[in-house]
Each structure stands twice: as structure tokens, then as C-alpha cells.
Design a protein around this ligand. Structure first.
Ligand code: F6P
Length: 328
């Protein structure tokens, strides 16, 4: 056990995701359990630069496991990407006698942490918190499962009205450059077509496929479009193109937007966040740093930040086959 670590700070950075509160709670309670002090940093790296800190104990994090968002608030800090900003952050950490930091966020958060670590040799451990599930080195990120459930619930409702009016709906979902949300929620909601950045379908093939569906007796359709998909990038012009090339359907567009980021975390996300939060403090006490704590094949695992930043968590292409077969 690392003798040096007596006080740990925790922050959330980047886009919020459901389960971040559960992760903070697990870090704080793990510190409490192990007799360490814990400090919450507000507004991510912005708060680190401004010294916006608050001492947290086991009771400070009561009644938050069930709450979406992050009570520590989050930000995407531009100043942290300057040397001066990081210098101020380091001085604030030193002045508050903080020995190590847990950062909860996505790729941008880990990139910032990695530079900071290199400059100041300050121990940092990361937790994957993003609905996009686009981080290398973990099977799932905190918030992804909840976002999937939110999307499926929304599409179930859209299906009711699509079916009543014999309409075709384009439903745009988040995910940045990754198609994980679109593909999994699309299968779960029984979508006819799923457009993802990892696979270029092309507009012509899309129309052919929709025509086949129509011939087979379908009277309405749901097309899930990942925000990062090339042909879905301008969803309104895609809607126009479909209306012009596929007769007999009225087309409507729904952009689900930020409702995908909110809401109470699912049980899966609460448990994942709790396991990873405990794992982060364990890792720091083992002397690990510059790593993300992820989940791989059900096991809590440490992955160097450099590996998480390299590429995105690979999409399971078998899912595309499943989507094709089940939407026939
Ligand atoms: O990374 C999470 C995410 O919600 C992406 O899916 C989306 O592209 C982006 O953040 C939206 O960012 P903002 O909240 O800054 O609009």
C-alpha cells in the first residue's frame, strides 16, 4: 500500500453521464473506509485551476447514487490545455495537500490528465464516464447503459405514432464518432435500419433496403441514425432524399439530443460506477498512476491512459449481422 497517499481529490469532466454521482460516491466512501481524506473538485479542470474544492466525507455523498448528472458539475476546460492553467492547478493541489486525483470523464479528460501527469509527476487515475462508450480499454463506460435505455424508451414511443400514421421516422442519437448507442439501441428498439459511422451504407442501398421492407408488408419504419454517420450528418436533407426517392411514406425527423445524457442511472451503471470508483482508490493505493480503471470481461482492470486515447473501443460487427437478420 502506498504510504504517501493520504488525501485524494475527485472531479468529473467533459460531458456528464448518468452514474457519475455513483462513481463519486464510491470514491469518497472508499477513501472513508480506508481512513483517507477526500476532496471534491467542482467543474472539472476549471475548478482545479480556480481551487474550487470541498472536503467530502461518507455522509456528503448520501442520496446521490440514484441521481443523474454530477453534483460536482462538469466542464470542458480550455485553460487546462495551456501550460499556465495546468501550473495553477498543480499549485492548488499542492497547497491543499492533495496527494492524488481521480478524474471521471472521457477521452479528452484522459488526454488532459496524461499531459498533467507527465509534467508534474502527479498520480492520477481515470474512470470512463461517457454515454458514447467510445473509450478503448473498457467494455462499457459509465452512463452508456442508461443512455441505451433512454433511447429505447423514446423509440418505443415513436414507433406507436409511426405505426398509426404509416410513417417513416429518422431518429438521431448521440455517440459522437461512435455507433455504439445507435447500433445497440437500434437492435433493442427493433429499428428497420441503423446508420453508423463504422459502416458506410450509402443512400442508394438505404433506399433499396427500405423498398424491400415495404414490399415485404411493412407499413412504417424506424431508422436510427448515429450523429457521427456520414449520410446522416445532415438529417434533414436525408429525410428529403428519402421522401423524394421512396414513394408512399411521409417522413419525420426526431433528434433525441440531451435527454440521452440525463435521468436516473440504470442499476447496471450504478454497480459499474461503484466497482470502478472502489477500483480507482485501490489502484492509487497500490501505487498505480496514469491509468484508467475499466471493465474487461467482467473484471475491473487498469489500462494505461496512452492505450485509452489511441483509438476507440471496437464495435462488435457481429451486431450488424444481428440487426440485418432481425429487421428482415
Ligand atoms: O460525449 C458525450 C456527448 O453527449 C456526445 O454524444 C455529443 O456529441 C456531445 O457530448 C455533445 O456535447 P455538448 O453537450 O457539449 O453539446
Amino acid at each position: 500500500m502506498s504510504e504517501k497517499i493520504k488525501k485524494i481529490a475527485v472531479l468529473t469532466s467533459g460531458g456528464d453521464s448518468p452514474g457519475m454521482n455513483a462513481a463519486i460516491r464510491a470514491v469518497v466512501r472508499s477513501c472513508s473506509y480506508k481512513g483517507l481524506e477526500c476532496v471534491g473538485v467542482f467543474r472539472g479542470y476549471e475548478g482545479l485551476i480556480e481551487g474550487d474544492f470541498k472536503e467530502l466525507n461518507a455522509r456528503s455523498v448520501k442520496n446521490i447514487i440514484n441521481r443523474g448528472g454530477t453534483f460536482l458539475k462538469s466542464a470542458r476546460s480550455k485553460e487546462f490545455f495551456t501550460k499556465e492553467g495546468r501550473q495553477k492547478a498543480f499549485e492548488n493541489l499542492k497547497n491543499a495537500n492533495i496527494d492524488a486525483l481521480v478524474v471521471i470523464g472521457g477521452g479528452g479528460t484522459f488526454a488532459g490528465a496524461s499531459v498533467f501527469m507527465e509534467e508534474f509527476k502527479f498520480p492520477i487515475v481515470g474512470l470512463p464516464g461517457t454515454i458514447d462508450n467510445d473509450i478503448n480499454g473498457t467494455d462499457y463506460s459509465i452512463g452508456y447503459d442508461t443512455a441505451l435505455n433512454t433511447v429505447v424508451e423514446a423509440i418505443d414511443k415513436i414507433r406507436d405514432t409511426a405505426n398509426s400514421h404509416n410513417r417513416l421516422f429518422l431518429v438521431e442519437v448521440m455517440g459522437r464518432d461512435a455507433g455504439d448507442i445507435a447500433l445497440n439501441a437500434g437492435i433493442g428498439a427493433g429499428a428497420e435500419e441503423i446508420l453508423i459511422p463504422e459502416q458506410d451504407m450509402g443512400k442508394e442501398r438505404l433506399i433499396e433496403s427500405l423498398q424491400r421492407s415495404k414490399k415485404s408488408g411493412k407499413t412504417s419504419s424506424i431508422i436510427v441514425v448515429a450523429e457521427g454517420d456520414q449520410i446522416g450528418k445532415n438529417i434533414l436533407s436525408l429525410a428529403k432524399y428519402i421522401e423524394e426517392n421512396l414513394k408512399g411514406y411521409e417522413v419525420r425527423v426526431t433528434v433525441l439530443g440531451h435527454i440521452q445524457r440525463g435521468g436516473a442511472p440504470s442499476c447496471y451503471d450504478r454497480v459499474l460506477a461503484s466497482r470502478l470508483g472502489v477500483g480507482a482508490v485501490d489502484a492509487l493505493l497500490r501505487g498505480e498512476q496514469n491509468v484508467m480503471i475499466g471493465i474487461v470481461h467482467k473484471k475491473v482492470t487498469s489500462v494505461p491512459f496512452s492505450d485509452t486515447i489511441k483509438g476507440k473501443n471496437e464495435l462488435d460487427l457481429e451486431l450488424i449481422r444481428v440487426a440485418d437478420i432481425t429487421s428482415v
